[in-house]
Each structure stands twice: as structure tokens, then as C-alpha cells.
Write a protein that binds this ligand. Structure first.
Ligand SMILES: Cc1ncc(COP(=O)(O)O)c(C=O)c1O
Length: 401
């Protein structure tokens, strides 16, 4: 997306604004399919939580992806976008049996991550195919909040509890058609993937009815030029080879599955915000934008460092700025960053704003969530309206006080 197009989008739809580039999503999807092209049956389930706009989901469907979901609401969005229920995998964490029964009724692939529900579900619905989320006890992920496959993690059933899983399966005669793991996000080292995969391959030998192995996700994407990223091509080469050998050795006809979120949409998104005020203090120059962590929380939550460009003055002399929001507590997008000279009313573009940005936004400080726009085939389309006061008030009930 060119600077002039981004400025045009702000002129048309206002600021702050999320803009997504469909061609980047497409090229990332193609990279994945190319990396695993040697495997006969591969499925990529896009992790809806990363960016759940229905138009983005429709784009994923067109590309041939399935969906990875974590709530019934995400499932419903997927069904509304036209996905076949069987191309939706449901991987909730610690939800009630009632919620799983809703998922069963909707006909989607269920993934269970605890023994208690596994036993209950197996007793009630032995014929319904179920995938099991295994916790391989591998420490992976760019940050403790997103490392989810280690021994102290609440996710999955411990690999050491395989005898218990087997007892439940034998007693209930349930149909285990998949096994799954997801060890974390921002995993750089492909050896970590390969190591954890071996644990999953071993687990796969315990089930005769298996149809797929889902290796989760966690591919790291670059946040700035020259940044390190997961070498998806090398991972594809090595894991494909191992997968093919495993299937041959064990005479299994399996599908290899992944659930990428960030890899598909992170770099496709830019968050555009307008500079309200330039404030010079004794120690720094603040650029205050018309947004805050209510719209993009990743820098405050995970310490993520989004590249920030001044698209209104790209050739300006570079100076040092702290870019901050309007929220009533520390609300910093970037500290002491070199950015081309910023003037009041300039538009700043924050990169890598496709994944876990809009989907984590809130109405904190009673601010409206921004609009979203998709740049597709040379045109901008509004794919979500900016909120209004009616949206803020519609579910509130005034009582007589
Ligand atoms: C079960 C599961 N699958 C897939 C993903 C997507 O991970 P990523 O965005 O790192 O690709 C997540 C992210 O939290 C997850 O919890």
C-alpha cells in the first residue's frame, strides 16, 4: 500500500483507521502452501482470533484455508462467512460442556484440552470425532504470556498423561481423529518446532483412528527491516519430509495441519493515527495521537515494537520522538524513535497491525473503536464502520436512582 493511498483512506474514512492489504495476506498464504507442497494432504486453519473481520474470513475461504476458532462466536462468524462446518476446528480452553455441545450441534471439529471434559464427552458422544490437544512440555514463544506449551501452562493435556487418555478412549470407545499442539507464538527456532513435533508423532502412534495431526502455529514474523523471522521454507522442507516418512512407517494416511494467525495477517495491517499535539518537555518530544492502547494494546501488553512512519512527511528530517496515546494512564506506542519530522495533524502509520490489534481493541475511556478498511484489487473497501455513541450506549440500562 502506497503512502498516498493510505492518506486517501484516512481522508475518506477518518482517523484512527485500520487498513489491511489483501495481497499481502494472499502472498503469505501462498508461501505456506509452497513450503509444504510435498505433503499430499495439508490444511491451514486460519486463527480467527488474530483478525476476525468477516471480509477477511471470506478472503481466507477463497484462498482455501479452514478456520481455527476459540469461541462459539468465532465459529458463528466463520459459518456466516460461508465456511463448511468441517473446515472449522474449535480449540477452546477450559470451557463448559454446554459450549462443546453447541459446537457439536454446529458440526465443527472439536479439540478437547482436558481429561475431565474428554471423559464426559466420550461417555455421552462416543461416535463423535474428537481431536486432543496435547501439551508437549516444550518452552517456546517470544514472551511468557504467549508461551503455552510448557509444563506449568494451563493448555492441553500433558503428554505424560497419555496412559490416562488411552484409558478414557478405551473405556468410552470414543473416536479420536486428530491430535494437536500449540506451544506458543513468536517461535523463532525451527528446531523447537521439530523437537515438539517428535513428541506429537509419538503421541500419534497411540490412536488407530487418526486422520490428522495439527502442529498449531507460532511462526514469528519480522517487525522491522532485517528482523529475524521463522524460516518457514526450511521448516516446510524438514517437517514435510518427517511427516511423509512417519505416515509411511506407520501406514497412516494423515493430513498435516497448521493454525497460523500472525503469519497470515500481521504484516498486512497498518494502523493509521493522526497527531493531535506535539509536546516538547525538558527531556523528550511527545507526539500525541488520536488513539491509545484501547485501539492497539500490543506495545503496552507485550512490549511489541511496531515500526512507525510519518506518511504525511516521509522525506522530512528525522528526529527523535515518543509516540503516545490519549488514554488516562501510561499509553506509549514507541519511545525515543527516529521518525521523519512530525507536525500536528500529520498521519502516522504503525506497521504489523494486522494480528491481535483490532481484535484486542476495547472501549476503554469510552472511546469508539476505529473503522477497518481492506485494500483489495486496487480498491479500498470499508469493512467495519467506526463506532458511534449509539454503539456505546445500546446495551446499557438506565435505572431510576
Ligand atoms: C490454539 C492456537 N492456535 C493458533 C494460534 C495462532 O498463533 P499465531 O498467531 O502465533 O500464528 C494461537 C494463538 O494464540 C492459538 O492459541
Amino acid at each position: 500500500m502506497k503512502e498516498k493511498d493510505l492518506l486517501q483512506a484516512v481522508a475518506s474514512y477518518g482517523s484512527p483507521l485500520y487498513v489491511y492489504d489483501a495481497s499481502k495476506i494472499e502472498s503469505q498464504y501462498k508461501r505456506l502452501t509452497a513450503a509444504f507442497k510435498k505433503v499430499k494432504q495439508v490444511k491451514f486453519y486460519y486463527a480467527v482470533k488474530a483478525l476476525s473481520n468477516i471480509s477477511v474470513l471470506k478472503l481466507m475461504k477463497k484462498l482455501g484455508a479452514g478456520l481455527d476458532t476459540v469461541s462459539i462466536q468465532e465459529v458463528r462468524l466463520g459459518l456466516a462467512a460461508g465456511f463448511d462446518p468441517l473446515s472449522i476446528i474449535y480449540t477452546p480452553n477450559g470451557v463448559s460442556m454446554e459450549e462443546l455441545e453447541v459446537a457439536k450441534k454446529l458440526g465443527i471439529q472439536i479439540n478437547i484440552d482436558n481429561l475431565s471434559i474428554l471423559e464426559l464427552f466420550g461417555s455421552r458422544y462416543p461416535n463423535h470425532p474428537v481431536c486432543i490437544r496435547i501439551n508437549p512440555h516444550v518452552m517456546a514463544g517470544g514472551n511468557t504470556n504467549i508461551s503455552v506449551g510448557h509444563i506449568d501452562s494451563k493448555f492441553g493435556i500433558s503428554i505424560h498423561q497419555m496412559p490416562h487418555i488411552e484409558r478414557i478412549v478405551a473405556n468410552t470407545k470414543m473416536n479420536i481423529n486428530g491430535i494437536h499442539m500449540h506451544t506458543g507464538s513468536d517461535i523463532l527456532d525451527i528446531d523447537v518446532f521439530l523437537y515438539a513435533s517428535e513428541i506429537l508423532f509419538e503421541a500419534a502412534t497411540h490412536f488407530d483412528t487418526l486422520e490428522f495431526i495439527d502442529f498449531g502455529s507460532g511462526f514469528k514474523v519480522p517487525y522491522k527491516e532485517g528482523d529475524v523471522e521463522t524460516n518457514i521454507e526450511e521448516l516446510g522442507e524438514k517437517l514435510s519430509e518427517r511427516f511423509i516418512t512417519f505416515c509411511k512407517e506407520h501406514n497412516k494416511n494423515l493430513t498435516l495441519a497448521f493454525e497460523p494467525g500472525k503469519f497470515l495477517v500481521s504484516e498486512a495491517g497498518q494502523f493509521l493515527a493522526k497527531v493531535n499535539v506535539i509536546k516538547q518537555t525538558t527531556s523528550t518530544v511527545f507526539a500525541h495521537v488520536d488513539s491509545g492502547f484501547n485501539h492497539l494494546i500490543r506495545p503496552m501488553l507485550y512490549g511489541s515494537q511496531h515500526v512507525i512512519k510519518n506518511i504525511s512527511n516521509p522525506e522530512g528530517r528525522e528526529r527523535f520522538y515518543s509516540v503516545v496515546g490519549y488514554i488516562c494512564e501510561t499509553d506509549t506506542f514507541a519511545t525515543n524513535r527516529r521518525i521523519s519530522e512530525i507536525r500536528e495533524h500529520d498521519i502516522l502509520a504503525m506497521h504489523n497491525a494486522g494480528a491481535y490489534c483490532y481484535s484486542m481493541s476495547s472501549n476503554y475511556n469510552s472511546r469508539y473503536r476505529p473503522a477497518e478498511v481492506l485494500f483489495h484489487k486496487g480498491n479500498y473497501s470499508l469493512i467495519r464502520k467506526r463506532e458511534t455513541f449509539e454503539d456505546l450506549i445500546q446495551n446499557q440500562i438506565e435505572i431510576d436512582i
